[in-house]
Each structure stands twice: as structure tokens, then as C-alpha cells.
Ligand binder design. Structure first.
Ligand code: 73E
Length: 833
């Protein structure tokens, strides 16, 4: 790296190049300097927020030094790089993560203490970076952490939303959405005003003869919006690698056109253009597992894909390599179909702008891209209407038609005279209007397609993508089961547990090789160890109890069983099953004699999550949970035996408090509907047991930790179709215990019965699509088994320890290595000191 500085200048540059603090004193010096000069604050009125900003700036300096070196190293080494394209990066807070990853949290805590601050209070000043909805966005964030930790040359590309996922408030039991403006004083991003890309929309395609007399296409006219890069450093844990997350922000392109308008006195319309351009990156669409086909969303997708692709191509062209080496240098992973236009854009760049032939271009494209599918839910599968594309991206639509034509010719050759097949696999759905099926385009434009858990990948191959398996053969389809980063979800969220494990295993090596956790099994019967393990859970429950009291006013007994379901609210995730189960428990307790009550295991049921603003049924579920909460928590018949808590505005930083505090968590989606689920992994890693269906990664968690350590219930995926059919066409009676729950709800026990009419009738009358009734009995009897098991605390602890010991498989480090080997073909860039 040094050799890139010319000899005569080298000494001066190196002498003054920034250095990193490594002691408490050096940290304090940096902190005070930033508070005084960068923030221009007098030290006499430095509050917690200023202390946060100063600390963040001190750590940012450190990150940026390593970031610069990493980028230089990666450029010089000239290895293959990975680009991870995701519309969502649910990062949460950065400071604690930065402290731990660079290994300076101790020094920072001590330094802050000298200056009169508690590190936890300083850390909690930070606003979450919430550029995502749920699991898909959080997975992308965990991937960034693992890619940096494993020293892969890897960049993330996303959108710099001005507003992340909305803040949720509960008013009179209803969800209210508040805009999440998070960008003021964000120390973690670096604007790169010099790195811009002009992005075109609308306009028309003109055919012309090129220099060789061949017909070529030119996309002309329309409007231009400018993409500006903002870079966020991503530090690896215990490594010098600091990778880059590049987020694009939209602004009006400052061409002459605007000036003319301005000079002509058309000030208002010049400003309106400006605002229209900025609207593109203004807000994250708040839908999880749902696609609504809005034009602005399509604009976001193209804006971000085009900016990223031009950036990648620009970097490649600096190496002066031949185009056919592109896939040897670059792997691009598509996080769901949201970035599928990147496929079309690369083909357009290659054939229209760089003059390659169709086949040369397409060969490069398919070798470059990989596509990850995250869901089989039909309402989440992206389709864009042909007229919309025709208007917004006329040249891209032509290319899509050509891709489809060549693909269908290939299919026709392999399976002659199968018209049905052709219409089934066509990228264009022959509906009114015609629709472009993005998943099919993504499959055809990639060399590998993967699902996110074994069951999910099997379902993809046997249902949604079955025809494509026949056409391409099984090798194009694979599985990479999800994981989570143990740095954030064990070490950062649960420092006490991480320290106890380190004490037993002789160090923190397990954080970068999670399979080392298996050494913990040797201590399962160690009494002292069990006691320490149990004490940590208790402390974490106390912390959550305190948080609950501060935020809801409800007092909960930390000796109770903490039963948690926190995730986006969705009918397929079945929070309605949970709340109906809670009502059943409430009714049961109310019917008990005082003697019977003595035997009840006290519970705190904790539910949290956001509903998409337009998802009425999900909002109804939130409303019911809140109503049940206010009735149950004030009922003297029940007291501590049952408390129901709704956690407002569930997000990453709250998850860091909640996960370590759960005894039991719920992952109870209708079998076959959850792609993977990742919070199941976080909870088990923190010593919580889980109740769940045979769905998503629950199945592999069971395989790893053993059936005796998990509470499985409910129908299997293979039976779902027939059950649904029976609801619609057979004789169906609601489960009798569930019927009693409905009676209570309809009798007005939880407020106006009308409010919950639709929720009940979706099950009783409208086919019970998510099989709540079919699984109800199994669900409540399994909860009874949970109660029994919880009373045998020793056995419970053994289950908890054994499960953690067997969770090594679920680190995103394993996940990233699998992608690197089987999809990307990239190697780490090992850093020598
Ligand atoms: O099962 C989860 C999975 O763990 C799945 O529902 C989620 O992705 C997680 C990570 O693999 C997911 N989110 C979306 N699709 N699958 C999605 C779809 C459209 C918009 C936003 C998110």
C-alpha cells in the first residue's frame, strides 16, 4: 500500500498520517478534541448527546483510517469483489458495534467514566438506522458484518432513505405511524458529492445504424435525476478490514435546462423538479412481504440499480480488462427480486453503450448475478405492469422482451410443442394489463438461485420454480440457510453471557468460529455454571422488566416465564394465534379455584411489531393485543399469573434488550409460509427456548439442538393444501376451545366486539387460510407442556445450555462462506500486519 506513494513524498505523508487511539488516555484526548472543535461545544455544558457525538466521531476516525487502507488494499490486490444489492439494510445502532469490533469498548467506557458519563447512556443516545422492514433487511446487515469480519472484498449497495421505517405509537390501542427522520447529525455517513451518476427515466428509443452498419438502439430524451453516493464504513470484528456500504441519494440534476427555467422566472417549477427528484430516495416502503406495484417504488429500484451498476462498471473499466473478464472480477448478489432491473441494466450497458453483441453481453450478465429468494407468499412476488415499464423504462422493456424471446426459444427446443409450459414460464404474464414476472427474470438472468432455509428451498423447487428446475436442471437451484451475526446478537446484546462463555472456553474465539460453542456441552451438569447461567438470564429479565415499566407503566414479575413474540405483524406469522391462546389462558385462570391457581406458572406474554400502514387485519391484531393487555393486566382475579405486554415501536435496539431476556419465544407461522425466520436463531443463541411450527429454519434448529430442546406443534407443510381445501369445501367446525375464545371476544370482554368481527370471521367463515383453528389445540397443549417444563428449572437450564452449545451452524460467517464458495467464487483478502 505504501509503495503507491511516490518515494520523495513518502516520508512526509507517512509521518503525518492519522494514527489510531489504543489507550484510554488517547481516546479521551480524541473525544475532548471532537467535543471542543468539531462540535464546537464548551466542555462546561457537554450533555449526554454531545458525549455520544464526540465518541462516535472518535470511533469514526478510526474506522475511516481502516476504511481507506482496506479500499486501497482491495484495489491493489485486484481480486474478485462481491456487491450485495439490497433495498433494505436494517443496521440499528453503530457505536456499540464499532467499539466492540475495533476492540476498544473498555478504553472508551473508562474514558467516558473519567469525564462523567456511563457508556450505556451514551450508546443509547443513538438513533437506530432503520432502513429496512424486518428479516430481509436485518439479514443484509448481518451479512455486511460477516463479510467484513471474514475479510471478503465486499460492498453493499442500497438507497439512502431520508425516512426509514416509521416509528410506531400506540394511541387508544391503535397503531399510529410517525415519520422516522433520522439523518440529522448522523456521524456514520460520508457524503461523496463528487461521486454522482445521472439516471434517466421516461423518453423513447431510437434505432440507428452504428459505425459497422449494424442496427443499434439509443435511449433518448426523458428526464435525468442525479444519484449522489453516501458511504458508511462497515468494520469487521477483530480485523483490519473495513468494508463499504454505499447508499444513493437522489437530487435534481443541475443541467442547463433548470437554469433556463430559473432565469425565465419559472422558479416554482424549477423547485418542483427538484422536489420530484428528491422524492425518489425520500422514504422506505413500509411493507414486509407485500408488493403493491407503485410507480415510485419502481423508480427507486431502477435509480438504485442503475447508479450501482454504473459505479461497478466504472471501477471495472479502470482496470483495462477485457469485458469477458467481468465475471472473474465481480459477483453481484440480488437480495430478492427488488434489484432485478440490475440484470437488464447491465445487459443494456454492455450492448447499447459498450457495443458488445447480445450473446457476449448475456453471457457476462448470467455469470455475474446470483438471486436469493426469501418468500413463497404470492402477495410478495413482484410483478410490474408492462404499460408502467413501457413508459418509465422503454429500452429496458425491449430488452426484457428479447430475453424472454430467446429463453422461450430455448425452452421450445428442449420441450417441443408444449404451449402450456411456454405460457407458464414466460416472463410476461398474459393478464390485463400484461405483467412482468420479476422472479422469472431473476432466475433467467442469474447462474444461481437460492432459498434461505431447507424447507423453503425445497418448496421453491417443487412448486414456484418447478418448471425452471426441469428446464435448467437442479444445479441452478440451491439452499443457503440463513444465520445471524454472533457479534451483535450474542456479544453486544448479551455481554454477560458472552463473558461467561469466554470464561469457560478460554477466550472469545467462539465469536469468529461459532462451532466452538459445542465445548459448552461439557459443562451442562456443572452446578456452579448452571447457577451463573441462570443468574445472567435473571439479570437480563430484570433489565427488560425495568424497560417495560418505564415504557408501559406495567409492573411484571421477573420470576414469571417471559414468553416473547416480536416480529412484523402478519397473518401468516400468526400473532392472532398467540393472542387467542393468551385469551384462552386468561379464561382458564379466571375459572380456577384459589387452590388451582396456586399451581399456575406465572407468565408474561410479550408481543411487539409493526403492521404495514395499509394492512388493516394486522392493525386489528395489534388493537386486540392492546385491548387484552389493558383488561388482563388490571384484573385482580389474575394478578401476576398473567400479564400481557405490547412493546411499542419494536426495532433493532429494542431487540437487543428483548432477546437476552426471553425464556420462551414464539415462531409459529403456518407451516410452509416463513422463508427462514432469523429471530428464532437470536433467541436460542441467548439461551431462550422456542415454541414453533415445522417451518423455515425452525426445522434445522431442531435438527441441530435436538427435538427434546424445542416445543414443536401444529400441522405440517405437506398437509396445508388439503386442510385449506377442507375448510372451503368440506365440513369444518371451529376448534371448541377457540370457539370459547371467540365467544368472549364477541361478548365484548375486550371492548367493542365489532372491532374484531373481521378477525374472527376470517377464521370462522372465510376459510381460515392460515389454519389458526386447525393448530389451536396443538398450540395450547404444547404451551401446557412448556409450563410443566419450566417448573423443572434444572432440566430447563440444561435444555438452554445444550441449545446454545449447538447453535454454531447459525452464524452468518458460515452463511457467507457458503455463498462465497458455491455462488460468488470469491476469496478473502487476508490482511498482514
Ligand atoms: O422468513 C423471512 C426471512 O428470514 C422472510 O419472510 C423475509 O426474509 C427473511 C430473510 O431471509 C422476507 N422479507 C421479504 N420477503 N421475505 C420482503 C418482501 C417484500 C418487501 C420486503 C420484504
Amino acid at each position: 500500500v505504501e509503495a503507491s506513494i511516490p518515494e520523495p513524498l513518502r516520508e512526509a505523508w507517512l509521518k503525518h498520517s492519522a494514527s489510531e487511539f489504543t489507550t484510554k488516555e488517547e481516546f479521551e484526548k480524541e473525544l475532548v478534541r471532537h467535543i471542543e472543535t468539531t462540535l464546537a461545544r464548551s466542555l462546561y455544558n457537554c450533555d449526554e448527546h454531545a458525549a455520544y457525538s464526540g465518541t462516535a466521531l472518535a470511533f469514526r476516525d478510526r474506522l475511516i483510517i481502516e476504511w481507506n487502507r482496506t479500499q486501497q488494499r482491495q484495489t491493489l490486490s485486484d481480486q474478485k469483489r462481491v456487491y450485495y444489492l439490497s433495498l433494505e439494510f436494517l443496521m440499528g445502532r453503530a457505536l456499540d458495534n464499532a467499539m466492540l469490533n475495533v476492540g476498544q469498548k473498555e478504553n472508551a467506557s473508562e474514558g467516558l467514566k473519567d469525564l462523567g458519563f456511563r457508556v450505556e447512556d451514551v450508546i443509547s443516545q443513538e438513533h437506530d438506522a432503520a432502513l429496512g422492514n424486518g428479516g430481509l433487511g436485518r439479514l443484509a446487515a448481518c451479512f455486511l458484518d460477516s463479510m467484513a469480519t471474514l475479510n471478503y472484498p465486499a460492498w453493499g449497495y442500497g438507497l439512502r432513505y431520508r425516512y426509514g421505517i416509521f416509528k410506531q405509537e400506540i394511541v387508544d390501542g391503535y397503531q399510529v405511524e410517525i415519520p422516522d427522520y433520522w439523518l440529522d447529525n448522523n456521524p456514520w455517513e460520508f457524503p461523496r458529492h463528487e461521486i454522482t451518476v445521472d439516471i434517466q427515466f421516461y423518453g423513447n428509443v431510437r434505432k440507428y445504424q452504428d459505425a459497422n452498419g449494424k442496427t443499434a438502439n439509443s435511449w433518448e430524451n426523458g428526464e435525468i435525476v442525479q444519484a449522489v453516493a453516501y458511504d458508511v464504513p462497515i468494520p469487521g470484528y477483530g480485523t483490519k478490514t473495513t468494508n463499504n456500504l454505499r447508499l444513493w441519494s437522489s437530487k435534481a440534476s443541475t443541467g442547463e435546462f433548470d437554469f433556463q427555467k430559473f432565469n425565465a422566472g419559472d422558479y416554482e417549477s424549477a423547485v418542483a423538479d427538484q422536489q420530484r427528484a428528491e422524492t425518489i430516495s425520500a422514504v422506505l416502503y413500509p411493507n414486509d412481504n407485500l408488493e403493491r406495484g407503485k410507480e415510485l417504488r419502481l423508480k427507486q429500484q431502477y435509480f438504485w440499480c442503475a447508479a450501482s451498476l454504473h459505479d461497478i462498471v466504472r471501477r471495472f473499466k479502470k482496470t483495462n480488462r477485457a469485458w469477458n473478464e467481468f465475471p472473474d472480477q465481480i459477483a453481484i448478489q440480488l437480495n430478492d427480486t427488488h434489484p432485478t432491473l440490475a440484470i437488464v441494466e447491465l445487459q443494456r450497458i454492455l450492448i447499447d453503450l459498450e457495443g458488445l453483441s447480445w450473446d457476449e453481453g448475456w453471457n457476462i450478465v448470467t455469470k455475474t448475478f446470483g438471486y436469493t429468494n426469501h418468500t413463497v407468499l404470492p402477495e410478495a412476488l413482484e410483478k410490474w405492469s408492462v404499460p408502467l415499464l413501457q413508459n418509465l423504462l422503454p429500452r429496458h422493456l425491449q430488452i426484457i422482451y428479447d430475453v424472454n424471446l430467446f429463453f422461450l426459444q430455448q425452452v421450445e427446443k428442449k420441450f417441443p410443442n408444449d404451449r402450456e409450459l411456454l405460457s407458464r414460464v414466460s416472463i410476461i404474464e398474459e393478464s390485463h394489463p400484461q405483467m412482468v414476472r420479476m422472479a422469472y427474470l431473476a432466475i433467467i438472468g442469474s447462474h444461481k438461485v437460492n432459498g434461505v432455509a431447507e424447507l423453503h428451498s425445497d418448496l421453491l423447487k417443487s412448486t414456484l420454480f418447478k418448471d425452471f428446475v426441469n428446464i435448467y436442471g437442479p444445479d441452478r437451484f440451491t439452499n443457503v440457510t440463513n444465520g445471524v451475526t454472533p457479534r451483535r446478537w450474542l456479544h453486544q446484546a448479551n455481554p454477560a453471557l458472552s463473558a461467561l462463555i469466554a470464561k469457560k472456553l478460554g477466550g472469545h474465539d467462539f465469536l469468529t468460529d461459532l462451532t466452538l460453542l459445542d465445548k459448552l456441552e461439557a459443562f451442562v451438569d456443572d452446578k456452579e455454571f448452571r447457577a451463573e447461567w441462570s443468574e445472567i438470564k435473571t439479570q437480563n429479565k430484570l433489565r427488560l422488566a425495568k424497560f417495560i415499566q418505564e415504557t408501559t407503566g406495567f409492573k411484571v414479575n421477573p420470576k414469571s416465564l417471559f414468553d416473547v413474540q416480536v416480529k412484523r405483524i402478519h397473518e401468516y406469522k400468526r400473532q392472532q394465534l398467540n393472542i387467542f391462546g393468551i385469551i384462552h389462558r386468561y379464561l382458564t385462570i379466571k375459572a380456577m379455584t384459589p387452590e388451582q391457581k396456586k399451581k399456575v406458572v406465572p407468565r408474561v406474554s410479550i408481543i411487539g411489531g409493526k403492521a404495514a400502514p395499509g394492512y388493516w387485519m394486522a392493525k386489528t391484531i395489534i388493537h386486540l393485543v392492546n385491548k387484552v393487555s389493558s383488561v388482563v393486566n388490571q384484573d385482580p382475579d389474575v394478578g401476576d399469573l398473567l400479564k400481557v405486554i405490547f412493546i411499542e415501536d419494536y426495532n433493532v435496539s429494542k431487540a437487543e434488550i428483548i432477546c437476552p431476556a426471553s425464556d420462551l419465544s414464539e415462531h409459529i407461522s403456518t407451516a410452509g409460509t416463513e422463508g427462514s425466520g432469523t429471530s428464532n436463531m437470536k433467541f436460542v443463541m441467548n439461551g431462550g427456548l422456542i415454541i414453533g411450527t415445522c417451518d423455515g429454519a425452525n426445522i434445522e434448529i431442531t435438527r441441530e439442538i435436538g427435538e427434546q430442546n424445542i416445543f414443536l406443534f401444529g400441522n405440517l407443510a405437506e398437509d396445508v393444501e388439503e386442510l385449506r381445501h377442507r375448510h372451503l369445501y368440506g365440513d369444518f367446525k371451529v376448534d371448541p376451545q377457540l370457539a370459547k375464545v371467540f365467544e368472549a371476544v364477541k361478548g365484548g370482554m375486550f371492548g367493542d366486539a365489532k372491532d374484531f368481527q373481521a378477525l374472527c370471521s376470517s377464521i370462522e367463515e372465510h376459510g381460515d387460510y392460515y389454519l389458526v383453528s386447525d393448530d389451536f389445540n396443538s398450540y395450547i397443549t404444547t404451551h401446557e407442556m412448556v409450563d410443566e417444563a419450566f417448573q423443572k428449572q434444572d432440566e430447563w437450564l440444561a435444555k438452554s445450555i445444550t441449545s446454545v452449545a449447538r447453535m454454531g451452524f447459525f452464524s452468518t460467517d458460515r452463511v457467507i462462506n457458503e455463498y462465497a464458495d458455491s455462488i460468488w467464487n470469491v476469496e478473502p483478502l487476508v490482511v498482514k500486519d
